[in-house]
Design a binder for this molecule. Structure first.
Ligand code: ZN
Ligand code: ZN
Length: 139
């Protein structure tokens, strides 16, 4: 691709990522400043990280291409204050948490005590609550 209509050059990574994603059957859309990818369930952690790294440019492309309609099953790439995750959703990737409060995609888990995230799907309490429990002699 010749960079003639792209003097900044910084859109190349986003354009390239866009092309790769659409080739694999993904559709990008946006609502406000939240970028959505459909089908969200099919995204790998690497895709997710790449999309996140290029989010501002991808959002610009979505707007330029008039694709601001989100489809059902789309995954929000990032939570915002206007679009907070629900109690059953991972605050990082918006995937539904499993019945014990884990997001296996992010390998994170909702703290049994405070409802924050513990940093690992295998840790039941966040550091603060674990410390508090130790102080109280529970653990
Ligand atoms: Zn997650
Ligand atoms: Zn906690």
């Amino acid at each position: 691709m010749l960079p003639l209509d792209n003097p900044g050059g910084h859109m190349d990574a986003a354009e390239c990522l866009w092309a790769q994603l659409t080739e694999r059957g993904f559709a990008l859309s946006a609502k406000g400043d939240v970028l959505y990818v459909n089908p969200g369930q099919a995204l790998t952690a690497d895709d997710y990280a790449a999309i996140r790294a290029n989010k501002p440019d991808l959002l610009k492309l979505v707007r330029e291409r008039g694709l601001e309609q989100t489809a059902p099953g789309s995954l929000a790439v990032e939570a915002t204050s206007e679009n907070p995750p629900g109690p059953d959703q991972c605050p990082n990737c918006y995937r539904p948490l499993d019945p014990i409060g884990c997001c296996w995609r992010c390998c994170n888990r909702r703290c049994n005590d405070c409802g924050g995230m513990t940093g690992s799907a295998f840790i039941l309490l966040c550091m603060t609550c674990e410390y508090a429990a130790k102080q109280k002699g529970i653990l």
